[in-house]
Design a protein around this ligand. Sequence first.
Ligand code: SF4
Length: 529
Amino acid sequence: MPGQETPPGPHGRRRSGDGRLTHALDPHDAGPQDACGVFGVWAPGEDVAKLTYFGLYALQHRGQESAGIAVSNGRQILVFKDMGLVSQVFDEATLESLKGYVAVGHARYSTTGASTWHNAQPTFRPTETGSIALAHNGNLTNTRELLDRVAALGGAAGELEIATKPTPASTNDTSLVTALLAHHPDTSLEENAATVLPGLRGAFSFVWMDENTLYAARDPQGIRPLVLGRLERGWVVASETAALDIVGASFIREVEPGEMVAIDEDGLRSRRFAEPAPKHCLFEFVYLARPDTLMNQRRVHSVRVEIGRRLAEEFPAEADLVMPVPESGTPAAIGYAEASGIPYGTGLVKNSYVGRTFIQPSQTIRQLGIRLKLNPLRDVIEGKRLVVVDDSIVRGNTQRALVRMLREAGAREVHVRISSPPVKWPCFYGIDFATRAELIANGLTTDEIRRSIDADSLGYISLEQLVEATEVPMDDLCRACFDGVYPVELPAPEHLGKHLLELSPVGTDVDGLSASLAGGGARDSLDRP
Ligand code: SF4
């Protein structure tokens, strides 16, 4: 038997709650949602399932909808995945059953394909020449074209039936890539990957494996991060260096844009499948990546403190206290306080463990809104002129509720400072903001937004100052959500969108399980209100 994938539980999930522990302070005003975390390890003699578990644990902030781990012992790949947080999906007994020396893992936030068990990753595909399990961070933009290519492969020649049939088809871009990689009747997986990868467009940081080898690849723009680490007895690939730290791996280098690496008993092989044209995601520096991660040789925390310093110079305020919106606003607030000389303080306490729940809140609790997540420290706030530092404004509902709450707690003035420029455009490279119509900065001036959230003043850092704080050349960064210049060409709106593969039945079996696709298109994401 080439491998096995665990079927979903009776309801497609096993634990109570939906496992979504969001960054959003208000469930009706979700902030930017991350695009996934990936982790891979090749380490004979190590407990690779547990290393992957802890690696995913460190990457949980990148995706909270589902989690999965695939492990191979050299003969077969076993995949275990489910809806929920890493700590909800895996327990000691499950990890004990995943024995082997090569593994890949994934923590998902959905950007193409609904948030369902069938779209959870790693994706798995068995063939007569071996199996493949793949995990993806990013979002492809030529999904429609890839669907046609998968359809043209014809009747799944050389591919095996697997035990979970019949189940609903997966509807994510990753399954299409898995199908293309798995179809290599006349060549090795490695050679086939070198021909498939140049045909992909958009953002992809992949880790994948067959029974013996760990592979990783990053799109030519390097939009999403991917790093390489070394264990005493093996190698690790992960979305962020924070995941290397947690498993005791030393950081070696980034996987380069346009590079594919293969790791097995012969060591590490690298090849370039496309010329690098770096366009790193600017938003990773502002919000997405962990502050303790190293990105472009800079600690993200230090970059954010520097952003705060520059924000203070661009938008000073007469105030008594600088306070962050915890936790993502904290480093920039530290920098703002440092540069302005205004004391830094904690004015809001966050209840970090409030996520979405299936328990319906009573009307009384529903009205508390943002208070489910944040509680103001009245003693600190009362009578003060506050500078409140946050990372971004998406719809504005959160900031409006926040300002109201601070005023109710006795704040004399509330000056809002934002450590990113206004978000005016949606992201098609793996971050889920909102549609254009929902973005408050699309159509309103800064002063109109200030009035809408009822702040005494509002200042966003400029794009130029933000970019300078990163020390990455402007031309090497994707800034599309701020300036609308998309570095990787987008197809027609009807060929974009989270639910593209759920749009209309096309009769194509994207994951080798069954085929019934229906979905969306992104015209609503791009259209102005
Ligand atoms: S559009 Fe924004 S969030 Fe998306 S990759 Fe570009 S900078 Fe990052």
